[in-house]
Ligand binder design. Structure first.
Ligand SMILES: Nc1ncnc2c1ncn2[C@@H]1O[C@H](COP(=O)(O)OP(=O)(O)O)[C@@H](O)[C@H]1O
Ligand SMILES: [Mg+2]
Length: 291
């Protein structure tokens, strides 16, 4: 498992903004290197990103800075996500959460710093982003090749509870169903890392509860690393192994969530953690009221 995973890591440095690419002329990224278990490829170690013998990671970011104009939205940010770990990322609106996900997804390379991320990765956004002229199955397998693509797509749809809806047009799906299709589209790619950007933010409360259960079940079954962006503190506590708070461009606070399952909002430890997180997010009065 570890070796398979490591082979999928990209070892390339992100290009440095407004400067020469430090890896120009260097040998190709070490993604094809077959390293010993638990050790990252030589090329990555030689790049100075990682200490010797550090275990594999789904995400390993060091000193990441992203500026818009003169404002550094991400400022020397460090982040590690272990294989199979479920990390929730909290932050105020405008703190840079989506910016970070776009960078990890490979949509934005105008950065400085070192970014190492599992090659097989998928992103689910708040809006399902389905192509209206493709049916549900067509949306799930979009861009995939191979003779078994349709059966893989059908299996993914079945996993998210949409067996029999392969031929449905997006316009006929409810918000929750459309987001299930988006989850299936991520799942069918068998990602080592799934990034979700406020994926349930537009859904009603009941649908959101069902989607939490579905996501937990999919994670139990497939064990991807997950980076889950939300502004909902309770959602983060319900789902995550670890919660990070993005403040002023850095991950200034983190908390491991070691509450027993099922996690209940009525548990005093749940309420304590909520208060701490709300205080980190600068919502002191509410933290006091709920604490
Ligand atoms: N392409 C862009 N050009 C200029 N500013 C941007 C761009 N993308 C994001 N920003 C700014 O970066 C900050 C962080 O945005 P974002 O990552 O979307 O925040 P979040 O997802 O945490 O709400 C915001 O102030 C936003 O206006
Ligand atoms: Mg955002």
């Amino acid at each position: 498992m570890a070796t398979r995973f490591l082979r999928q890591l990209t070892g390339a440095r992100q290009p440095v903004a407004a400067g020469p690419d430090p890896s120009a002329g260097a040998p190709p990224a070490p993604a094809a290197v077959s390293p010993p278990d638990g050790v990252l490829p030589d090329g990555v170690l030689a790049d100075g990103v990682l200490a010797d013998g550090e275990p594999a990671a789904a995400v390993r970011v060091r000193g990441l800075t992203r500026a818009f104009g003169t404002r550094a939205v991400l400022d020397q940010l460090d982040l590690t996500v272990a294989p199979g770990e479920f990390v929730a990322l909290l932050g105020r609106s405008g703190s840079g959460k989506s910016t970070l996900l776009r960078i990890l997804g490979g949509f934005d390379d105008d950065v400085t710093g070192d970014v190492l991320v599992a090659r097989r990765r998928a992103i689910v956004f708040q809006e399902p982003r389905l192509l209206p002229w493709e049916r549900a199955l067509g949306n799930v397998v979009l861009g995939l090749r191979g003779s078994d693509v349709a059966s893989r797509g059908r299996a993914a749809l079945a996993e998210v509870g949409l067996a029999g809806r392969e031929k449905s047009w997006p316009v006929t799906l409810s918000g929750g169903e459309a987001q299930r299709v988006a989850l299936a589209r991520a799942l069918v790619r068998e990602p080592d890392l799934v990034m979700l950007d406020e994926p349930f933010g537009a859904l009603d409360a009941l649908t959101r509860i069902r989607m939490h259960a579905l996501l937990q079940e999919l994670c139990r079954r497939h064990r991807p690393a997950v980076l889950f962006v939300t502004h909902d503190v309770d959602e983060a506590i319900l789902l995550a192994d670890r919660i990070l708070v993005l403040t002023e461009g850095r991950l200034a606070f983190q908390a491991a969530v070691d509450l027993p399952a099922p996690r209940l909002r009525t548990d005093p430890a749940f309420a304590d953690l909520r208060s701490r997180l709300l205080a980190e997010l600068g919502v002191q009065e509410l933290a006091a009221a709920t604490g």
